[in-house]
Design a protein around this ligand. Structure first.
Ligand code: NDP
Ligand code: 2IT
Length: 441
């Protein structure tokens, strides 16, 4: 057999550091797991194929700004793996978007989607377009130009995009509006749509709510209760605000929300009114430093990781926001549990610190799978031309998050402890790997 090692799989990826980071974390779980197959070359060759996207589409996006001057951005869609179903995953609009960013996100998405138990493949797309400082008309013209290219490659049974950083309800509306006009088809391609035109109830809230449902499962597994727990949250977008909202509903105390410049902190816990005000502010792409704050709530520059003591730490902004140094501070600051609301917010070194410290650590592909899960339910509703009630969708979401937790316990248990990184990686992997085998891939 050829000599397959973890290193032989990542050697070629030095020019794609984020994708390499995601693959490395994954292989650290998968290599020991594959030992049970013995020296079966076919297994390792299939793994090699899994690391290569089925298709990557790059396209030019030309749009007109309010001064009538043409602007150019780059658009992408990484159609990573369709073994389980249509490619499924969000679109990110942010100046930091590169093929490397989208490959790491698309790769993670494969196993996250697999964990939901729904028939969803994995993909991710986006653009280096910066929505900050753009007028509503500019955002709309960009979305139409982006979709003019992307619409040829997507479809309800091919590839179903959704939102991510910089792509929320407004952008999904413009993108879907453009798609419908270009394709003359109303088939639900794109999820996260408004509930008045084909969207599912609870999709907006699903990632944050699902993360809290998963955290509750993790705590319950070790006999702990979320009520009264203090939580540091980063980010102030879709995921972070709905994590905060659900924590309040569960009797826990979200202490912080952050953005690129700083964070707001309330020692007694942020109230729902502040969370609502943050949602309104961020819809207009405002900064937390401009938010009027009530007594007991302060604005601080920087990040909260080293400054605030809490039991729960829920990074929900972006990748690599927690390095080794931050991770050590988090452990020292009393963490009982770290749960990744964002995709890959902890560096490899940070994950190592969390694992070695013995605290509970929930990786992104399990914790934040609630968003794509309800996207899958939205596809289901669209295909059957129906709309479920809020309670029906919420009950499904809770059930799916519990099922993901069960899968992590099944594949990640070491004695009475659960290694959620191994559990999520292996649990997500086996379904995709088996499907690829049966498909003759
Ligand atoms: P939003 O655009 O709604 O919010 C992003 C938040 O993160 C904002 O507060 C933003 O700050 C902050 N942020 C973005 N980039 C940086 C950065 N480089 N440094 C510091 N802060 C930053 O995005 P979402 O809430 O949708 O996404 C957050 C994370 O969750 C991402 O990792 C995404 O991939 C992941 N995710 C999202 C899902 C969804 O359904 N939306 C599903 C699963 C995962 P500012 O306001 O200053 O821009
Ligand atoms: O990272 C993610 O899971 C998302 N941005 C949501 C993907 C989706 O298709 O709902």
């Amino acid at each position: 057999m050829a000599n397959y090692t973890q290193e032989s799989f990542t050697r070629k990826l030095d020019n794609q550091p984020l994708f390499k980071e995601a693959v490395t974390e994954f292989l650290e779980s998968i290599f020991p797991f594959l030992e049970q197959y013995g020296p079966d070359e076919e297994v390792y060759m299939r793994l090699e194929r899994l690391l290569e996207p089925e298709r990557t589409i790059t396209f030019k996006v030309v749009w007109e700004n309010d001064e009538g001057i043409l602007q150019v951005n780059r658009g992408y869609r990484v159609q990573f793996n369709s073994a389980l179903g249509p490619y499924k995953g969000g679109l990110r609009f942010d100046p930091s978007v590169t093929e490397d960013v989208l490959k790491f996100l698309g790769f993670e998405q494969i196993f996250k989607n697999s964990l939901t138990g729904l028939p969803l493949g994995g993909g991710k797309g986006g653009s280096d377009f910066d929505p900050k400082g753009k007028t509503d008309n500019e955002i709309r013209r960009f979305c139409v130009a982006f979709m003019t290219e992307l619409s040829r490659y997507i479809g309800a049974n091919t590839d179903v995009p959704a939102g991510d950083i910089g792509v929320g309800a407004r952008e999904i509306g413009y993108l879907y509006g453009a798609y419908k006009r270009l394709q003359n088809r109303v088939d639900g391609t794109l999820t996260g749509k408004g509930t008045g035109y084909g969207g599912s109830f609870i999709r907006t809230e699903a990632t944050g709510y699902g993360a809290v449902y998963f955290i509750k499962e993790m705590l319950a597994h070790v006999g702990k209760n979320i009520e009264g727990m203090r939580a540091v949250i980063s980010g102030s977008g879709n995921v972070a605000t709905h994590v905060a909202e659900k924590l309040i509903a569960e009797g826990a105390l979200p202490l912080t929300l952050s953005d690129r410049d700083g964070y707001i902190y309330a020692e007694e816990g942020l109230l729902q009114e502040i969370v609502d005000a943050v949602k309104v502010l961020k819809e207009k792409k405002g900064s937390l430093k401009d938010l009027p704050l009530p007594h007991g709530c302060v604005y601080c520059l920087g990040t909260p990781w080293k400054a605030i003591k809490a039991q729960l730490f829920i990074p929900s902004a972006t990748q690599n926001e927690i390095d080794e140094d931050n991770a050590q501070a988090i452990v020292a600051n009393g963490a009982v549990l770290v749960a990744e609301g964002a995709n890959m917010p902890s560096t490899l070194d940070a994950v190592k610190v969390f694992k070695e410290s013995g605290i509970l650590f929930g990786p992104a592909k399990a914790v934040n799978a609630g968003g794509v899960a309800v996207s899958g339910l939205e596809m289901n509703q669209n295909a059957s031309h129906t709309q479920w009630t809020t309670d029906e969708v919420d009950a499904e979401l809770r059930m799916i998050m519990k099922r993901i937790h069960d899968t992590c316990v099944r594949y990640g248990s070491v004695g009475s402890r659960v290694d959620y990184v191994n559990g999520a990686n292996i649990g997500g992997f086996v379904r995709v790997f088996e499907a690829m085998k049966q498909l003759g891939w």
